[in-house]
Design a protein around this ligand. Sequence first.
Ligand SMILES: *[C@@H]1O[C@H](CO)[C@@H](O)[C@H](O)[C@H]1NC(C)=O
Ligand SMILES: *[C@@H]1O[C@H](CO)[C@@H](O)[C@H](O)[C@H]1NC(C)=O
Ligand SMILES: *[C@@H]1O[C@H](CO)[C@@H](O)[C@H](O)[C@H]1NC(C)=O
Ligand SMILES: *[C@@H]1O[C@H](CO)[C@@H](O)[C@H](O)[C@H]1NC(C)=O
Ligand SMILES: *[C@@H]1O[C@H](CO)[C@@H](O)[C@H](O)[C@H]1NC(C)=O
Ligand SMILES: *[C@@H]1O[C@H](CO)[C@@H](O)[C@H](O)[C@H]1NC(C)=O
Ligand SMILES: *[C@@H]1O[C@H](CO)[C@@H](O)[C@H](O)[C@H]1NC(C)=O
Ligand SMILES: *[C@@H]1O[C@H](CO)[C@@H](O)[C@H](O)[C@H]1NC(C)=O
Ligand SMILES: *[C@@H]1O[C@H](CO)[C@@H](O)[C@H](O)[C@H]1NC(C)=O
Length: 813
Amino acid sequence: MVFPLFLAFCCFLGSSLAQTTDTLSANQTLQDGQSLVSSGQVFEFGFFTVDNSSARYLGIWYKNIPLQVTWVANRNNPIANFSAELALSSQGSVSLQNGSIKYWSVTPVGAVSEPFLRLLDNGNLVLSDASVSGDSGDYLWQSFDNITDTMLPEMKLGWNLRTGLKRTMTSWASAVDPSTGQYTFSLEPPDAPQLILWKGSQKQNRWGPWNGERFSGSNELQANSVFRPIFNSSPEEVYYSFEVVDNSTLARFVVNPEGAVQYFAWLDNQWTPLVTLQRDYCDTYGICGPYGTCYDSSDGNCRCLKGFRKNDTNPLDWTGGCSRTWGLSCGNGEGFVKYKGLKLPDNSRLSGNTSSSLEECETECLKNCSCMAFTRVDVHGNGGDCLLWFVDLVDMKNYPSGGDVLYIRMARAEIDAIARAKRRRRIITAVSISLSTVCGMLILAFICWYALRRKKERTRDEYVVYRDSGDGGLEDNLELPLLDIAVVADATRNFSFQNKVGQGGFGEVYKGVLPTGQEVAVKKLSLNSGQGLKEFKNEVILIAKLQHRNLVKLLGCCIHGDERMLIYEYLPNKSLDHHLFVPDRRKLVTWKTRFSIIMGIARGLLYLHEDSRLRIIHRDLKPSNILLDSEMNPKISDFGIAKIFTVENAGEMTNRIVGTYGYMSPEYALKGHFSVKSDVFSFGVLLLEIVSGHKNWGFYHPDHDLNLVGHAWKLWTEGNALGLVDALIEQEFPMKEVMRCIQVGLLCVQQRPEDRPTMSSVVLMLVSETSDVPQPKEPGFGAESFVVSTDSSSSVKIFHFSNDMTMTAPESR
Ligand SMILES: *[C@@H]1O[C@H](CO)[C@@H](O)[C@H](O)[C@H]1NC(C)=O
Ligand SMILES: *[C@@H]1O[C@H](CO)[C@@H](O)[C@H](O)[C@H]1NC(C)=O
Ligand SMILES: *[C@@H]1O[C@H](CO)[C@@H](O)[C@H](O)[C@H]1NC(C)=O
Ligand SMILES: *[C@@H]1O[C@H](CO)[C@@H](O)[C@H](O)[C@H]1NC(C)=O
Ligand SMILES: *[C@@H]1O[C@H](CO)[C@@H](O)[C@H](O)[C@H]1NC(C)=O
Ligand SMILES: *[C@@H]1O[C@H](CO)[C@@H](O)[C@H](O)[C@H]1NC(C)=O
Ligand SMILES: *[C@@H]1O[C@H](CO)[C@@H](O)[C@H](O)[C@H]1NC(C)=O
Ligand SMILES: *[C@@H]1O[C@H](CO)[C@@H](O)[C@H](O)[C@H]1NC(C)=O
Ligand SMILES: *[C@@H]1O[C@H](CO)[C@@H](O)[C@H](O)[C@H]1NC(C)=O
């Protein structure tokens, strides 16, 4: 979450710096109230105050954006008054002081003859010697070498191996206190680099090691439409950095006071979160103990690797992890078992510094009895390096979509058992093929039953996922008002039917007026949410903390016996479908309003997907869930409700697939798979509906029987995309903007989830006229027929396991 920073500047002007400049020369001083401004007016360097405290800091911020500091010189030495000044001596030393009190200083090594201090347009404050390097080149000192909590393009997180300099990011103590906070983000060690978030001296999260393409276990740091990550490794330097695609976009990478590691870009006059590295609970360091792997789910789902069994009998305690089914006995025919699709464990060591083959890596590991595992990845871009592990393997994550391969040392007995099982499987396959039809049917029935069971387990895993691991108990800061049932009943005239304003998938909605006069909407959840009281409260508190102007605000809750109620702000303009699908009202919705509704929904959804505290997949995005305030600003409602209901327990209400046909992505409707990309699909449908004024489901056209999405695609391929636009939009509309919208809509409804853009790209494509919008591919459900199967056949696919075990030559027997 971004907290607003309130900066106050003092406004007396001293005489030492006459006018706005980017440079401080020898013998000059910068007084409180004066500043340096980079030549392109991008950054400003001077004194500031955070919030309403009186402490003064010297730092750098964006010149033309309110309230965003990127660097602080004296973060742990605030100045108590306005009397300090920054001076540059003729010997090149820089000091921030008031008389004998020194707040911060830099002293260059060696002799300097013509020093100057300059603020560059990339946000770097540099100390140079004009007689040596002219205007550019080697710096005596630069602020880019001393990162605070913010990394800008061209900054480098990591190592200068020549000088031994290690650059790390350290959070602020709080949103209003720049002093050193608890969280440090670093790249280490240099020979097998990983990204590590430390809380004090404890690892919180870890991604890596770098495997030539990405940090193992992190899909988040990929090139997108705003920035490109950079990893560089050479004998001189090992670092992580990034560049922006369009160099006019301002982007920053920050570790915030709560430990979220996030990318932001300045889009459409606000800081938009693009990527948060912490994706889910499984990112919590070592959550499953040694030899355990974590499977995505809301509550962290640990399992032992094959060949290992759980160490502790308490099913909830994974600190002891797993131990081997067969103990090791070095030199007695041990070998290695291959595991696929894993985030590589922590504490790897690089073996040698030349390229090696897989066999060489294996030999290297086998010859040392304490080597537990190895793999070969291209850490340093020289073809392939051996990584070896000499300790218990911790912090692994199941990571089917492009995880890495790991070879783990196993006892002879285990290796033999695997070989036997393989032979057996081959025989069973042969036998079962020749079995009679009846038998075959039985097996099929079993498979279906099993698949259904698996599916049930699986859907449970797919809820909201990441939760801040901050140690403050939620109970301690229960900020959400718990309303008394009498108050709620009074407000809704005892839930009278005149007050009923809606019936959603999760229960009935009543309009009410609180004693304070505030209008509210009361959502009465259907019985049997199946959740304990404490869990319910915690959930509600978490969701109430999600605040964004495009989300409906949750004001409180009410618990009465088995009944649970959520109390929301009341929005007078009802939901989007009231405006969109009624011709008389639709006429009144101008293109400008429609576009702002589209943008608002996109931003709200982006916030749900990328917020650092609680990631939410909405799962039921549709016009009736978009409420409008008096100014027609859209607000997404019903987010997080899916989280309050757990699928298993919610009774028949949610035993079916939750969602609404017409807005569901193919992979969700057919297989029950969902992800943020299923929301992107629903958003695409919604966007096309807003543009056209027609419902996707139940769309009718005299010439064909395609649904709206199919119709839009047909028009697009015929080069007549503007034919989609609602004929009832009377005023002229900006053609380019409309075209871009339709194109983005079609991108969102593409068949394959991985082809669909993320919400951050969607926002960028919608706001930026210069950004590239790719050509869409054919949408899912493009054709007319879309049969929703109840899905026993298609879920047989679940049958593959990702910890696929195959053997590699166990040599020394
Ligand atoms: C700065 O002051 C010192 C001492 O007064 C003087 O020797 C030097 O020439 C001055 N340098 C500049 C660039 O004015
Ligand atoms: C100053 O900050 C404190 C704590 O952040 C707050 O309670 C107080 O209301 C603020 N005062 C003013 C004048 O804004
Ligand atoms: C400013 O604060 C410093 C350090 O607390 C103190 O020494 C100095 O006298 C103060 N200056 C004024 C003008 O109050
Ligand atoms: C430092 O503080 C004193 C007051 O103690 C004040 O007179 C002086 O102007 C201040 N500033 C500098 C730059 O020394
Ligand atoms: C950065 O600055 C802090 C304090 O300002 C200092 O302790 C630290 O050593 C500096 N680091 C580097 C790499 O210069
Ligand atoms: C941005 O990119 C353009 C084209 O590559 C280049 O001409 C310009 O100098 C760049 N601006 C900055 C600030 O790097
Ligand atoms: C397994 O659990 C026992 C007792 O809980 C503990 O003493 C032992 O160290 C654990 N083993 C591992 C490998 O963590
Ligand atoms: C590693 O590299 C250094 C020089 O970079 C070289 O002298 C050394 O022989 C290499 N070691 C191995 C084991 O290849
Ligand atoms: C095995 O590797 C460990 C860790 O590198 C090392 O301390 C130990 O000496 C090695 N043992 C042998 C026999 O090479």
